[in-house]
Design a protein around this ligand. Structure first.
Ligand code: TRP
Length: 472
């Protein structure tokens, strides 16, 4: 047992007396790694949140679900659901200073341990297919720099998305992820985020400014920012917006929980949570400001909503290519580079959930834990790297079932089970905020279960079908 008691003033639930530390003592310094700086934590958390979800899924969902109507709904749900759930995960993580399995055991009791396993399983499966997509991104970034654009983007995508090449780039990407996580919280994850996140922000910001100069960009903005009001009232749109609000903030599988477990007891969680949520939305919105003008400049709007991969891997390279010459090539490779950075910083946090769980539960040293879990995940990624339907099924199962279920569980744990969750939010914030915090608790108790229940109601049948289809 390497499980540590929550320190100081935290209530001890379900921790056997023999494992309880003296009430007044902080755990020894070597007990848990910590972020070196507050900025390091924020960038790592933003890095987890910002990823393929922002630059690929968000524009695609927006195109499919009524443009600005979807964007408005998504903003609303980020406040009503995303931020409350983010704070809930952070509360459990910092209170217990443990990775998901131990954290739930300590904050909510043994009955909730299976949910910790659900989190770890979700991290496992998401990373397995996320890494395959990240492999394509790597392939595109490298290919565009060295050999230029493919003549037939559709055929090219088919050729590289499954098979030997897909496996090769998937394994390469996993190796990179493992290498960073092996380095530890401060020397691996924090250091990588400090370099990569500012680079990504500059790239996306620069690309958005550049896209404004394109002829026809106005058409793109119109498509992006004109609401199709009818869409707001469809259950499908609603459920897509709810799941995007949770997916984009990396919620429902303990990633933010784990990152917050390395956070010192001085920072204000509401303040950090707000910064993280706004940055995440900002990058998604800016990605839309790149994608829509680029696509519209070539009249390719309809291609975006057609398939989940269409926008990014087929329409965009085609659009960059049509710009011609060096400019298209430079801008195109910068776009895929930004995407790759986003994917790496998200993949790190996915692997960290699994790795830190193994460290905490089995007492393994970090390097051994990171390499072993990384290799097993890489093996699980072979199937989606060989078969696009399998990739789709991993995506459906995690995004539509496991994450909403995990988010529902966290809402219930913090809303109804855990002792004094508000005590964790008041640290570092002013007394005046207390009313807000009570409101937060009721969002978790009532609003979140209703919204997530509704999502599960619409998504579970889809997911069952996608998975069933694999075995037919
Ligand atoms: N938030 C990531 C993105 O937008 C994807 C993601 C979903 C994720 N759940 C996660 C990343 C959990 C890390 C951990 O691309």
């Amino acid at each position: 047992m390497t499980e540590l008691p929550p320190p100081g003033n935290a209530p001890h639930q379900d921790v056997p007396p023999s494992h309880r530390g003296p009430e007044h003592e902080e755990p020894p310094a070597f007990a848990r790694e910590l972020w070196n700086t507050r900025v390091g934590f924020i960038l790592a958390a933003v890095g987890s949140a910002v990823g393929l979800g922002n630059m690929w899924r968000f524009p695609y969902y927006t195109a499919e679900h009524g443009g600005a109507a979807f964007v408005a709904l998504y903003i609303l749900l980020t406040f009503a659901l995303g931020i409350p759930l983010l704070l809930a995960e952070m509360t459990v993580g910092r209170r217990t200073r443990l990775s998901p399995i131990g954290a739930l055991r300590s904050a909510a009791g043994r009955a909730w341990v299976p949910m910790g396993y659900l989190f770890v399983a979700a991290g496992f499966l998401i990373l397995a297919f996320y890494s395959v997509i990240a492999g394509w991104v790597t392939r595109y970034a490298v290919g565009i720099i060295f050999t230029g654009f493919p003549d037939d983007p559709g055929a090219y995508f088919t050729a590289i998305s499954s098979g030997t090449e897909a496996i090769g780039f998937h394994l390469f990407f996993m190796t990179l992820t493992i290498a960073i996580v092996m380095g530890g919280v401060e020397k691996g994850i924090e250091r990588a985020s400090l370099i990569m996140m500012p680079t990504l922000l500059i790239l996306v910001g620069g690309l958005a400014v550049w896209a404004a100069t394109l002829a026809g960009s106005g058409e793109g903005y119109r498509f992006y920012l004109t609401p199709d009001i009818e869409e707001i009232f469809s259950l499908d749109t609603f459920s897509a917006a709810v799941s995007q609000a949770a997916f984009s903030l990396s919620l429902g599988m303990g990633a933010m929980l784990t990152f917050a477990s390395y956070l010192s007891r001085q920072e204000s969680l509401p303040r950090e949570g707000t910064v993280i949520a706004f940055s995440d939305f900002g990058v998604a919105f800016a990605a839309g400001l790149v994608v829509f003008p680029v696509i519209a400049a070539l009249g390719l709007q309809d291609a975006v909503g057609e398939s989940t991969v269409g926008a990014l891997f087929i329409a965009l390279p085609g659009a960059f290519d049509a710009m011609g010459g060096l400019a298209g090539r430079i801008v195109g490779s910068l776009f895929f580079l930004a995407l790759l950075i986003g994917a790496i910083t998200s993949a790190i946090s996915l692997l960290e959930v699994v790795t830190s769980s193994v460290i905490d539960e089995f007492g393994w040293p970090r390097k051994k834990a990171a390499v072993t879990t990384g290799i097993v995940i890489a093996i699980f990624g072979l199937w989606p790297a060989l078969d696009l339907d399998a990739l789709g099924a991993y995506d459906e199962l995690t995004g539509k079932v496991m994450l909403p279920l995990g988010a529902l569980g966290i809402a219930i744990v913090v809303g109804w089970v855990m002792k004094n969750p508000i005590g964790e939010l008041v640290i570092g914030s002013s007394e005046r905020m207390r009313t807000f915090f009570t409101g937060w608790l009721w969002m978790l108790r009532v609003v979140a279960p209703i919204l997530l229940g509704l999502v599960l109601w619409t998504t579970v049948p889809d997911a069952v079908q996608a998975i069933g289809g694999l075995f037919r």
